[in-house]
Design a protein around this ligand. Structure first.
Ligand code: COA
Length: 173
């Protein structure tokens, strides 16, 4: 796993329920991601722990990835949210957390990473295109959840980014 540009000291690990409140704050502070209930982050930390990544710097949660293996397609990992605290951005942390996840034992047999992105989120779409490029695989983009499916009539479309087919990665655990 590589964290470049002076991010040394950041530890990537699975989250625990004690991280739930800090993860909720981190996601809220992005002001871009949908903020879900504090309970949902506890649930991910307990029931999907091995497919999530927490980035910790000096005891503080500065990055988070939540994901799960698709119950309907064993070769797919669906990434739900990726968040990096503002002061830690553009140092390779987002990329490092995703690579760490794909390298983990929990992702054994995964061939596709799926994530949805809104068209206005340039940082996210650049990150996932860059991930596909670094992995040497395709990034297919197609509509997933159109805005009209969401209540209130104000949500952007969610576009699917499907990255793969992935080769077997070198496992770190
Ligand atoms: C998207 C996000 C997770 C990226 O995290 P990050 O740690 O800054 O990303 P990285 O440093 O690993 O960036 C890797 C590459 O992604 C692309 N990228 C990341 N942020 C970018 C931005 N703001 N603008 C354009 N490209 C960007 C670049 O290609 C970058 O490589 P480079 O810095 O060498 O040019 C972070 O900006 C964030 O938390 N945003 C708010 C929440 C969010 O939008 N999450 C994703 C929703 S699906």
């Amino acid at each position: 796993m590589t964290i470049s540009k002076s991010s040394t000291g950041i530890r990537l690990r699975v989250p625990c329920v004690e991280d739930g409140a800090a993860i909720w704050e981190l996601v809220k502070n992005t002001r871009v991601l949908d903020i879900n209930s504090p309970y949902s982050y506890l649930m991910f930390a307990r029931y999907f722990q091995n497919t999530c990544v927490a980035a910790e710097d000096a005891g503080k949660i500065v990055g988070f990835v939540s994901a799960f293996r698709s119950p309907a397609a064993a070769e797919v990992i669906f990434v739900w949210q990726v968040a990096v605290e503002e002061a830690y951005r553009r140092r390779g942390l987002g990329m490092a957390m995703l690579t760490h996840l794909l390298n983990s034992q929990a992702c054994r047999g995964i061939r596709f990473l799926e994530i949805t992105v809104t068209p206005s989120n340039q940082a996210a779409s650049s990150l996932y295109r860059r991930l596909a490029k670094e992995l040497g695989v395709r990034c297919e983009i197609y509509p997933c959840f159109p805005g009209w499916l969401f209540p209130g009539g104000k949500h952007e479309d969610e576009m699917m980014f499907r990255i793969g087919p992935l080769k077997e990665m070198s496992r770190k655990d």
